[in-house]
Ligand binder design. Sequence first.
Ligand SMILES: [Zn+2]
Ligand SMILES: [Zn+2]
Length: 273
Amino acid sequence: MIVDYHMHLRGPHGGPPERYSADRAEEYVAQANRAGVDEIGFSDHVYYFRQTLELWEIRWMSERSVDDLDDYVAAVVEAKERGLPVKLGIEVDYFPGIERELADLLEPYPWDYVLGSVHFVDGFPVDQEPGLVHRIPVGEAWRRYFTWLRNAARSGLFDCLAHPDLIKIFGMRAPEEETHYLHVETADAIEAAGVCVEVSAAGLHKPVGELYPDRSFLELCRERDIPITLASDAHQPAHVGRDVARAAELARNAGYGTVTVFDRRERRQEPLG
Ligand SMILES: [Zn+2]
Ligand SMILES: [Zn+2]
């Protein structure tokens, strides 16, 4: 089984309701079929929904909080009702202090899974320039990023951590020994929290030019029996399943033989491939 559990349905055109539609979801499924992906899951950014407007201290996020979460959920639910192999997920930014508010916001909806992402640390963006690694010494940036990721794992909000070493996006790295300890500490925290990690092809198309996470980190996850998902992080139909075969290959090389399938926040393992 090959899944692609990270993609964004939000269309660039039209008014708020038209940005999310089952017709658009069908385009993603058509591309998934061509790419050899058996099941896809949508994971639109939580900050695009006006229901989250009050939660964000970062203006870049709150100025995007314009869509209706119900439009998004309704589009994916309708796609499911059409019999399409799609799952309802959401990509949620982790910030300390708003866990209760986020949990309450998510509670009424029939999610198959919730992805947790760290896109901002201490007010600095992780994946935008100039970002965290440009603003503070790179070793400190890595320490802070992984501290936030561990806290995201422990928050109880998430089923899976998206692009779990996103901090490497610009190819700026902490020293090797320090990276190793950060990976070990983080894998331990993820294991204890009982959440999955995503193997994402998105980094191949970023300055770093690599999959997320590093193979060494994924091997530490494998040793701890931390389950995985696969991801393209597509923001348009044409990118669904892109390089997910390479993500699956990395997972196999790290020792994985199964991939996680989610249904209503319950997970099971299926043979990988
Ligand atoms: Zn993300
Ligand atoms: Zn994403």
